[in-house]
Design a protein around this ligand. Structure first.
Ligand code: SAM
Length: 253
């Protein structure tokens, strides 16, 4: 992302070229201001955003405006991890699993009980349960758990082969990402890996409405290093033409 979407100049230019988006943006601005006043900490605020969005459409709430896109975005995540060596006997933790856009494919592929999905939004987890039923995945016994933070305090040491977070840190201030980095290696197997996507800023780091956050790659790599984690920018993900970039974290031996 070369542009700073929070700057007035960018927003004025955007409004002139996309006049039909002005009214929806103003509505969102009003709603978000109200939700922020009622929820001073980020996680409570974003949980309230998800509640409001999921009430309109769970698929829209996770960022897919058509069912076709919802299916395609889930497939893209699944195919990528499978190409990178995901196996049915792996244990997987999905942070911010939403309504299982990709999770339904992971649950289906992994052995029974090996999928753990976490989310800060109970409302989107209700929708996730509906996805389990609609896709005939009850027998796979997925774990779907609401969380208040990313400390993973209730999960065992060294348990997960793969940790996955798609389009979660693109909605997270740096202190939330830091909390995750500070704790994630404890729950990963020594040779496990943690993939996450982020909205990449090429210029100034910024956020829009405290809903969308843009980071430079170097910021996230340096943050990982502070917790003795190695971070690799995934070039092959860029070829998929998704608008976010991907970093892989591994434990430093
Ligand atoms: C854009 S959706 C993506 C959902 C899913 N990863 C997917 O690709 O369909 C972001 C999800 O992350 C959740 N989320 C946001 N911040 C979180 C946090 N700090 N911890 C756990 N979940 C979070 C939201 O509630 C939402 O369900």
């Amino acid at each position: 992302m070369k542009h700073n979407r929070s700057s007035l100049a960018y927003q004025a230019r955007y409004a002139l070229t996309h006049p039909h988006k002005v009214l929806p943006h103003l509505r969102r601005l009003t709603r978000d201001t109200w939700l922020r006043l009622r929820n001073p900490d980020h996680v409570s605020y974003y949980r309230a955003v998800m509640k409001s969005d999921a009430a309109c459409s769970p698929e829209g709430a996770v960022g897919s405006h058509t069912h076709r896109r919802w299916l395609a975005l889930g497939r893209m995540q699944f195919d990528y991890l499978k190409k990178h060596g995901l196996k049915p006997d792996f244990t997987m933790l999905e942070i911010g699993c939403g309504n299982l856009r990709a999770g339904r494919l992971f649950i289906d592929y992994l052995d029974t009980g090996n999928y753990y999905g976490l989310d800060i939004s109970p409302d989107i987890l209700f929708a996730a349960q509906e996805t389990v039923v609609a896709n005939g995945l009850r027998e796979k016994l997925p774990h779907l758990t609401p969380v208040r933070d990313l400390r993973f305090a209730f999960l065992p040491n060294g348990h997960f082969d793969v940790v996955h977070a798609h389009s979660v840190f693109s909605h997270s201030p740096l202190h939330v990402i830091e909390e995750c980095f500070a704790h994630v290696s404890r729950v990963m197997k020594p040779d496990g890996w943690f993939d996450f996507t982020f909205d990449r800023a090429e210029g100034k780091e910024h956020h829009v409405l405290r809903e969308d956050f843009y980071y430079r790659t170097e910021t996230l790599v340096a943050l990982a290093d502070r917790y003795s984690l190695d971070a690799t920018f995934m070039d092959d993900w860029e070829q998929l033409r998704h608008k976010q970039s991907k970093i892989r974290i591994t434990r430093r031996s």
